[in-house]
Design a protein around this ligand. Structure first.
Ligand SMILES: NC(=O)c1ccc[n+]([C@@H]2O[C@H](COP(=O)([O-])OP(=O)(O)OC[C@H]3O[C@@H](n4cnc5c(N)ncnc54)[C@H](O)[C@@H]3O)[C@@H](O)[C@H]2O)c1
Length: 347
């Protein structure tokens, strides 16, 4: 039996609890939140026996094998490092950290203690992206030439996820003072992984970040709304391919859309998670001359939560571990520098 402690009991923690509850041989032993009502609600819903307000008390429980960190972004690094030092395996939410320096410290700590680490790149759960990575890396479509990847949300204009003006869950994401790296750190990190997982490492970026007006004096209560809400990134990959990657919260009419097109010299593929998580579109062979696309279904693949538990059982760290995600953190930092200096930056 693997015993899990969940740190942070907000919205996403319920997804973690549900996922771990569904894995045989895995039990949630404790949860924690500085907001007692949230921790109590998570504990009630998933019958969690131990509830804490201080995460250090949770870490002190020797029966807890692994922790899930589901707190706001600036807490990921200190909580992960404390967990690793306590000998716990760590599944951490994205972004891994708020700087490359912190991400590196997390990688070093994990190596030193020899624990399993993973980051919750949720969209790797889609069989379509796993298949896309397999197809591209097998070389069957030839050399990658052009890549387009978009992650589009609209919670600043639509109320499908509630009213952001009255919800701390959205307000902290809009405020650098609350540790947010804006849309770049929130969902830009997902789409950078989504593109570079199949295509390979990013070499250079030229990034435009925008923070558009959204409230009088751009402030709501104690939240200064200064975090970027659109990121447009021109990318060159190490393999020579080029592309564009976009993340925005202003895509009115799109709730949570991820798309990826990879065009190679012998074929192309497209992943569109709104269309299907379980299939992708392929244009290959003679079809490239007729620009004809065919749907290809993709076999089921394990979720990040299942991979994390399997890694603990086997002792073999499956991706994406902290080391891989620290590379993405490097791309995020390069994007910030590129925007600040209005120049192309080497990652
Ligand atoms: N992988 C994904 O697809 C995905 C989706 C949503 C959110 N997330 C990530 O999950 C994390 C949490 O997001 P959320 O939407 O659940 O936010 P949230 O605001 O709903 O939840 C965060 C919780 O952490 C608690 N918290 C704050 N400080 C704490 C502390 N010191 N100790 C214990 N608890 C503390 C807060 O009280 C809150 O309940 C973020 O890093 C976010 O980027 C990832």
């Amino acid at each position: 039996m693997i015993h899990i402690g969940i740190i942070g009991s907000g919205v996403m923690a319920h997804t973690h609890a549900e996922a771990f509850s569904g894995i045989r041989g895995c039990v949630i032993r404790a949860c924690c939140d500085t907001d007692a009502a949230r921790a109590a609600e998570l504990a009630r819903r998933f019958a969690v026996p131990n509830v804490y307000s201080d995460f250090r008390h949770l870490l002190a429980d020797p029966l807890i094998d692994a922790i899930s960190i589901v707190t706001p972004d600036p807490l990921h690094a200190p909580m992960s490092i404390a967990g690793i030092k306590a000998g716990k395996h760590v599944l951490c939410e994205k972004p891994l950290a708020t700087s490359v320096a912190d991400a590196q410290k997390m990688v070093v700590a994990a190596k030193r203690e020899g624990v399993i680490t993973m980051v919750n790149f949720t969209y790797r759960n889609a069989p379509a992206i796993q298949k896309a990575a397999h197809i591209i890396q097998s070389g069957q479509l030839g050399e990658v030439r052009h890549v387009q990847a978009n992650y589009l949300q609209s919670w600043l204009t639509g109320n499908q996820w509630g009213d952001w003006r009255t919800s701390p869950q959205w307000l902290w994401r809009l405020s650098t003072g609350h540790g947010s790296m804006g849309v770049l750190g929130d969902i830009g990190v997902h789409i950078l992984d989504f593109a570079s997982f199949p295509v390979g490492p990013v070499k250079t970026v030229n990034c435009l970040l925008k923070t558009l007006p959204k409230a009088p004096r751009n402030r709501i209560g104690r939240y200064r709304l200064d975090a970027n809400d659109t990121a447009i990134i021109s990318v060159e990959f190490a393999n020579g391919a080029v592309g564009s990657i976009t993340a925005t919260r202003w895509a009115t009419g799109k709730a949570n859309s991820l798309t990826l097109s990879i065009h190679c010299d012998k074929g192309a593929l497209e992943v569109d998670l709104d269309r299907s998580e379980n299939s992708l579109m392929l244009c290959t062979g003679r079809d490239i001359h007729r620009t004809l696309w065919k749907e290809k279904s993709c076999p089921r693949t394990p979720t990040i939560y299942q991979r994390f538990i399997k890694s603990i059982r086997t002792g073999k760290n499956e991706p994406p571990d902290f080391a891989r995600v620290a590379e993405i953190q490097r791309v995020l930092d390069a994007c910030l520098r590129s925007d600040a200096t209005d120049s192309t930056v080497r990652v």
